[in-house]
Every structure is written in C-alpha cells, then in structure tokens.
Ligand binder design. Structure first.
Ligand SMILES: O=C(O)CCC(=O)C(=O)O
Ligand SMILES: [Fe+2]
Length: 262
C-alpha cells in the first residue's frame, strides 16, 4: 500500500464514503425489481407489497425470503446486472478516492474492478441460506486468482443499511494482512451436492485467536476498505427481522507487479 492507512491495520473504515442519494437510488431500483419480478412470477401479494415503494428496508428482504424466496433470488441476480449497480461499483469519484488514498494517486486509468457482488445475509433462522452464502475465515487470494493483485488489491465493502455486530457486520483480524498470502483449505459447504465451494484459513495455525478479531458497526454510507490479504469472514446475523445487505467489489492496479492474469 502506498498510503498509511493499510500498512498497519490492513483496513480502513471510511465514514460517508458513499453519497446517500446513491444508496437511495440503489434501494429504489431494488424495490422496483421486487415489484416487477413478483408480478412476473404471478405472486399478487408480493406485487401489492412492493407496488409504489420508493425505498426498501432490511425487513422487506426478510419478507421476500419468507413469502417468495424465488423472487428474492431473481431480484438479487437481476440487480447485479442493472446499469445502476454497475455504475455504482464503477463510480468515478469513489474509485478516485481509492486511486488517491490507497494506491498513491495518479493511477485512476490503471484501476481494474472485479468480482462485484451484492449479498443479502438473512437472519439466522434461514439456515440453508446461511450455509450457502456465509463465508468462514479467508483472504481474497483464497478465492480470486485472476485480474486481481494479491499483493496490493483491496476489497470495498459497503452496507445498504446501518449494520451492527449483531446484524452480521464483517469480522476480521486487524493486521493479519502482514502474514502475506496464507494457505487455504478447500471444501464444499454443501457436501451432498458438491456445491458452494469454500476456501478457509485455519486461524489457529497462524496464531490467531478469535478474541482478537474485530467487528465494526458500519452505517449506510460508510465503507470498509481492506487489504486482499486481510483474514476476514462473514458476520453472524442474529438480528430479528433484519437482512444484512452489502455490496463488495475488488480493486487492483493492472500496472502492479503482482497483477495476475490467466
Ligand atoms: O460480507 C461478507 O459476509 C463477506 C464478504 C467477503 O468476504 C468479501 O466480499 O470478500
Ligand atoms: Fe472475502
């Protein structure tokens, strides 16, 4: 890292990183999508529920998961294909912040944005979803091989709603990026169907104690930016009736010596 923020801790919480109006735009796109997909799948109650909504709450995602999970899946997958989502993760002013503050400036034209994702982490009672989506301790290098830099890339992690420890905010070990890339054990979370591949760091092997891990409360509009080698995991969403919704993207420099291609 070129600047000070990541050298010691390997992460930084940036308050007010995202413009509130951009979050409102994203949530209103999600509301419209829910309405349209409910109509398309012929679920009038869900259509009525979302019709005319200009914004969404964390409870609305729980409603979808309960009432019509197939609509929720379609909403998530379609949302990631929308122009609104794509322009959000490619927003020039956010990327300029990364270019200037993470990579030392003057490199906006060398940034590569990959593996953009929208996650909806449902409350604990949705056990099957937790098994499918929850990630145990890992570094990004355990998952992503190409068009990223393992040595200097970062992850941008953005919640759509205020997210606390009890609602499953990101967990990580400050400073663990200094270990460099470590080995990961690969396995399937769904062993029966050999699906949901996981890559996991055995934290004990690296002398890490869960007591030293950190979970930050992150408000809608804030972002956590963290080093590719920081060891992190999904939080546990134990909140009532609250879906933890987040957007992640990975940013690297193609000019970086460690930038990887197939
Ligand atoms: O938000 C989460 O639960 C984990 C996300 C993650 O590990 C990542 O995007 O790199
Ligand atoms: Fe990750």
């Amino acid at each position: 890292m070129c600047n000070g923020f990541s050298k010691i801790d390997g992460f930084s919480k940036i308050n007010g990183f995202v413009d509130q109006k951009d979050l409102v735009t994203l949530r209103s796109v999600l509301a419209k999508l829910a309405c349209v997909q409910a109509r398309r799948l012929g679920i009038p109650a869900a259509y009525e529920y979302f019709n005319g909504k200009e914004d969404l709450t964390p409870q609305d995602f729980v409603y979808l998961a309960d009432a019509c999970p197939q609509v929720l899946t379609l909403v998530i997958n379609t949302f990631m294909q929308t122009a609104a989502f794509k322009s959000f993760v490619h927003n020039e002013s956010y990327l300029k912040y990364i270019a200037d503050n993470v990579f030392g400036g003057n490199c906006l034209d060398q940034l590569v944005v990959t593996e953009e994702n929208f996650r909806v982490d449902l409350p604990a009672e949705f056990k099957a979803e937790k098994q499918r989506f929850s990630l145990s301790w890992h570094q990004e290098s355990g998952y992503f091989e190409n068009y990223v830099s393992h040595s200097r890339g970062v992850v941008i992690w953005i919640p759509l709603f205020n997210t606390l420890e009890e609602s499953g905010s990101l967990r990580f070990f400050p400073g663990s990026h200094l270990l460099g890339p470590v080995s990961h054990n690969k396995y399937y979370a769904d062993t029966k169907n050999k699906k949901n591949m996981r890559s996991e760091v055995d934290i004990e092997k690296y002398g890490l104690d869960i007591k030293d891990s950190l979970v930050l409360s992150v408000k809608a509009g804030d972002a956590i930016i963290f080093d590719f080698n920081l060891i992190h995991a999904s939080g546990h969403n134990n909140a009532q009736d609250f879906a933890r919704c987040t957007i992640q993207s990975r940013v690297s420099l193609f000019s970086d010596a460690g930038f990887r291609t197939p």
